[in-house]
Design a protein around this ligand. Structure first.
Ligand code: OGA
Ligand code: MN
Length: 298
């Protein structure tokens, strides 16, 4: 292995070259990726010719994978099953079951556009996720960048009084909260029941680096034990702070990029592109956080 690491942002994000995920990697490479992730929190691996099987096999080296099957409308329409055969693959595309561009009022597309809000994948689950791995198969000629924010750096930069105020606060997260922010998608009772809210501390320790990180964003609906309005105001203030330009890296995709991010210490959001004219096809795998919330370091 001839690993070259180039940092892409003053605070986080590295590009890793010299790894070919098209073949089996050994333990040294596996560990090198883990070390880089612990330090940089977002890693870009360019020019990876991955199919779904390869992406799943590589992702599984780092833990069990979430299933995308909760999104019933996709399964029913046969997107997962026909176009994508593996339940471990989240379809982050504007394509229907036949590989054609979806119409702008397709419920699946409206549902997916909530990705344009800052979020941490699966924070609405009690067992949320460690890493997400997103592989670019088709990218549009303009737009469709992904924004990442470093919530360890944001936490570090908070005034001491705010750090004290956040101690022991717990937020409730729900997928239906983030969906309601955009409107346009009404869950069925079955969908609601399948995805109840989850509770997580506002500040958690990131195990790989030992640093504290804010755990917030669009699924976080309120603070447990506080009046809803007050909790939302604090969450809004923290979000504005954490997504300030100095904490943000913007990724402009090339076909073949595999970007891995740590959901425990970063936030991300999609950005618009001319989605009725151009295809964008991205496949995501998501690793389940079996360890669960780690208390903040004092
Ligand atoms: C995701 C996601 C952003 C994008 O795959 O989890 O939020 O730009 N993607 O597609
Ligand atoms: Mn996401």
């Amino acid at each position: 292995m001839d690993l070259a690491i180039k940092q892409l942002h003053p605070l986080f994000v590295a590009e890793l070259r010299g790894i070919d995920l098209g073949r089996d990697i050994g333990p040294a490479t596996q560990q090198a990726v883990e070390h880089a992730m612990n330090e940089y929190a977002v890693c870009v691996l360019p020019e990876q010719a991955l199919d779904d099987e390869r992406q799943i096999a590589f992702s599984r080296l780092y833990g069990p994978l979430e299933n995308a099957s909760a999104v019933k409308s996709q399964r029913k329409a046969g997107v997962i099953g026909q176009r994508i055969r593996h339940p471990e693959i989240f379809d982050v595309s504007n394509l229907d079951e036949n590989g054609k561009i979806m119409s702008g009022d397709d419920a699946r597309w409206i549902y997916r556009q909530a990705n344009e809000l800052w979020h941490s994948d699966s924070s609405f689950r009690q067992k949320s996720s460690t890493w997400s791995l997103l592989h670019a198969r088709i990218v549009p000629p303009v737009g469709g960048d992904t924004y990442f924010a470093d919530t360890r750096a944001a936490y570090d930069a908070l005034p001491e009084a705010m750090k004290k105020r956040l101690q022991n606060l717990v937020a409730e997260h729900s997928i239906w909260h983030s969906r309601s922010l955009r409107g346009g998608y009404t869950p069925t009772d079955e969908e609601r029941a399948a995805r109840p809210p989850a509770r997580h501390p506002l500040v958690r320790r990131h195990p790989g680096s030992g640093r504290n990180a804010l755990f917030i964003a669009s699924h976080a609906s309120h603070i447990v034990g506080w009046p809803v309005d007050e909790g939302r105001a604090l969450l809004g203030e923290l979000m504005a702070f954490a997504t300030d330009r100095r904490f943000v890296y913007v990724h402009n995709w090339r076909v073949g990029d595999l970007v891995i991010w740590d959901n425990r210490c970063t936030l991300h959001r999609a950005s618009p592109f001319p989605s009725s004219e151009h295809m964008r096809e991205m496949h995501r795998t998501t690793i389940i956080d079996t360890q669960g919330d780690v208390p903040a370091a004092a």
